[in-house]
Design a protein around this ligand. Structure first.
Ligand code: MN
Length: 728
């Protein structure tokens, strides 16, 4: 759908006026060109609201000219941002030819982000990494994306419910925290409230109603509180503005949830903001002094974010005082410029940066932060955690501590000396063995507090250990420790594998991967890496586990048989009936070989012995194979008797985390599955872990593996293995 030419003229005129009013320097020709280009490219497209599609890029451009004022390049990119994505006729090259390298790079970044989101789950760490990558190339990519998302959220009503939910969730989980990190306070609030309304309409409306019901009372109180302050500050000839501070709905809701308190208790706190017109930090402290003369300050509630800005460059003085009638009032004091930065963050900095190297540094801090996030997400394992850590670090409160030289470091709340060490340098982190806080030696998991002076003691021989993961909180420390541990594990496993291979060669044995798997499962390891690691660490005695049972000394060299298994085999054999020899059931004396512990269901053969009757071995038993080479005439074929429905009995060993109802869930899953009969279930719980055995009748191996699959799906069940005690 096209825009009427008359309307287009008015629209362009308004956009240019907005740009000229709010942006530092405006290339009118560029904006006009982007406007026309976009209008033509989108002339056949329509929005879900039935408006011409062009109204969307136009609205996004206007947001960047007024609400998040950035620059003329961003405004042009906003106009062009959906063209390549939506229109097959336009490529990034077309954009480059018409608008140059800079704009093409940003539009390309925006198109890539768009593609990431297409039906895919942005919560996947890899996608998230890609998002950060495109942002790191030019900060304007994310700024235009924010404006795009804001307009989409404002017009979300026209989409179908499923899409609305997804977009709202994405906004709340990804864009709002990112906006916070870029200091875009106002944008973050609006995004959160719009998403909140979409995701929990009832709570949203409820809080909204309650806030407006209390408004008259609140305004009256704020006036009563402000009057004496206004008078006093005026005496100093300071220009300022004082107002009740609006709180946005989602933050109230989050507080209610976090503190588990009703609205009334959360909202009883009054909040006031004083904005000083002059760009003069001293006036902030003067105003702070005046307030403390009039009202009693609450100790420990004073925060000076002017002297020490937050990571997102937020600056303000926060204090809480006891107001009239004993009510607590939160007061924020800041200059107009600080306020601008609090609300518009990166956009405000961009505007102030002209010829100011200090602000240029702040600008690059936004980008370097993103680069750091990307770099520390190198390995697979770390990548899995990037998002989780990232979210944690975005919202967390901060402390500031000092190095022995008096340099200030900002860290998230609950940081420890190890976090501090990694913050200084990875090498310090890797070798830190102890720490001094305020000159006293402390354990490495000590919580640091604002104002602490921290000194790290290092030793060449010290390395990260797994325990550190339990207390470090910074993304960097977590990522580096994980990386190190992984490498350490890999190295150990490699050494272990070498030891193993050497031994196997020496003993002239051969093992298929399945054999190895059987072996480590029996030894209670979960995978080959763990198994080889244990070998390297000397936890496994290879001579012991690899010694081949000698036929005549068979009874002496037995694998360890545990009680659980003993019970099971006895039971299994007794319910298995008489063995079938040569197709007929027999009354011949037989016994079970202890080298391979056959149980009903296993493929078996018999070996005729002197005095002990027929010895039953598994068909693939190693010592059996040796016997058969020498005395093949003594081998006879035996089979387990057919039971009713030709079932056979198996034992399963289950391990996992204990939870209520686990036993009945296990029973339920088995019984409701294809006529599986349980013979017995045993579950032992210890320290919230459980170990259990289930004996049951299955028809065949396929049936068995399906039962195992079912059991593995039960929440809390970590491993399900067949109960056997056979080491080849
Ligand atoms: Mn868009």
């Amino acid at each position: 759908m096209n825009i009427a030419p008359v309307t287009a003229v008015i629209m362009l005129d308004e956009l240019i006026k907005n740009c000229q009013k709010n942006l530092p320097a405006v290339n009118v020709e560029l904006i006009k060109k982007a406007f026309d280009f976009s209008a033509v490219a989108h002339e056949n497209d329509t929005r879900a609201s039935n408006e011409p599609y062009f109204t969307h890029p136009y609205a996004v451009a206007n947001i960047l000219a007024t609400e998040i004022p950035f620059d003329d390049i961003s405004v042009s990119c906003a106009l062009l941002h959906d063209i390549v994505e939506d229109n097959m006729e336009y490529s990034i090259d077309t954009i480059k030819k018409n608008f140059g390298e800079d704009i093409a790079l940003i539009v390309d970044g925006l198109t890539k982000i768009q593609q990431l989101f297409q039906g895919a789950d942005i919560n996947q760490a890899e996608n998230y990494r890609k998002l950060l990558m495109s942002v790191s190339k030019d900060i304007r990519v994310i700024v235009v994306k924010f404006a795009d998302r804001l307009h989409n959220m404002r017009t979300i009503d026209f989409l179908n419910p499923e899409k609305r939910k997804r977009i709202a969730k994405e906004t709340l989980e990804i864009y709002a925290p990112l906006a916070h990190r870029f200091g875009l306070g106002k944008l973050k609030w609006e995004l959160e409230d719009l998403a909140f309304k979409e995701l929990n309409k009832q709570a949203y409306e409820d809080i909204k109603k309650k806030i407006s019901a209390k408004r008259p009372e609140r305004e009256k109180y704020i006036d009563k509180f402000s009057d004496p302050i206004v008078q006093k500050i005026k005496e100093y000839g300071i220009k300022f503005e004082i107002s009740g501070r609006p709180k946005h709905l989602y933050s109230i809701y989050r507080k209610m949830i976090k503190r588990n308190k009703p609205f009334e208790e959360i909202y009883d706190l009054f909040a006031v903001r004083i904005i000083l017109e002059a760009d003069d930090v001293n006036q902030c402290y003067t105003a702070f002094g005046i307030i403390n003369q009039i009202f009693i300050p609450v100790p420990d509630r004073f925060k000076d974010y002017i002297a020490i800005p937050k990571t997102n460059n937020y600056q303000s003085i926060h204090t809480t005082v006891v107001g009239p009638d004993g009510e607590l009032v939160e007061v924020q004091i800041r200059t107009r410029k600080m306020h601008d930065i609090a609300e518009k963050g990166v956009a405000a900095h961009w505007r102030y940066k002209e010829g100011n190297p200090a602000i240029d540094k702040t600008m690059s801090s936004y980008v370097s932060w993103i680069r750091e996030m990307i770099e520390s997400s190198g390995t697979e394992d770390v990548r899995k955690n990037i998002l989780e850590n990232f979210k944690l670090n975005l919202y967390s409160d901060e402390i500031y501590v000092f190095t022995p030289n008096g340099d200030l470091r900002r860290l998230p709340l609950k940081s420890t000396p190890v976090d501090f060490a990694f913050d200084i340098h990875s090498k310090i982190g890797f070798h830190c063995i102890g720490a001094k806080v305020n000159k006293k030696i402390v354990p490495l998991d000590t919580l640091l507090h604002s104002g602490d002076q921290v000194e790290i003691i290092i030793s060449k021989n010290q390395h990260p250990n797994r325990n550190w993961l339990k207390f470090v909180v910074t993304h960097k420390a977590k990522a580096e420790v994980r990386k190190w541990l992984n490498k350490e594990d890999d190295d150990l496993a490699k050494t272990g594998k070498e030891l193993w291979d050497k031994k196997i060669k020496k003993l002239k044995l051969s093992f298929t991967p399945q054999d190895v798997a059987k072996l480590y499962l029996n030894l209670k390891y979960e995978n080959t890496k763990q198994f080889y690691k244990a070998i390297a660490q000397g936890k496994i005695n290879l001579d012991e586990i690899l010694s081949t049972p000698q036929p005549n000394k068979e009874e002496k060299k037995l694998p360890q048989v545990n009680a659980e298994f003993e019970n099971f085999t006895q039971f299994a054999r007794s319910s298995g009936g008489t063995l079938v020899v040569g197709g007929e059931s027999t009354n011949m004396l037989f016994s079970y070989s202890k080298c391979c512990n056959p149980i009903p269901g296993d493929q078996v053969v018999g070996f005729i012995t002197k005095g002990e009757g027929i010895k039953i071995h598994r068909k693939n038993c190693k010592s059996m194979l040796q016997l058969s080479e020498k005395e093949s005439e003594k081998i006879i074929s035996v089979e387990w008797p057919a039971l009713e429905n030709s079932n056979f009995i198996v034992g399963l060993s289950l391990k996992g985390e204990d939870s209520p109802g686990l036993l009945s869930e296990v029973a339920h899953q088995v019984v409701t599955f294809q006529n599986t009969n349980i013979k017995s279930i045993n579950i032992d719980t210890k320290n919230s872990k459980f170990e259990g055995t289930v004996t049951l009748f299955v028809q065949n191996l396929e049936h068995l593996s399906r039962v195992i699959d079912r059991l593995r799906k039960i929440k809390g069940v970590y491993t399900v293995t067949r109960l056997e005690n056979y080491v080849q």
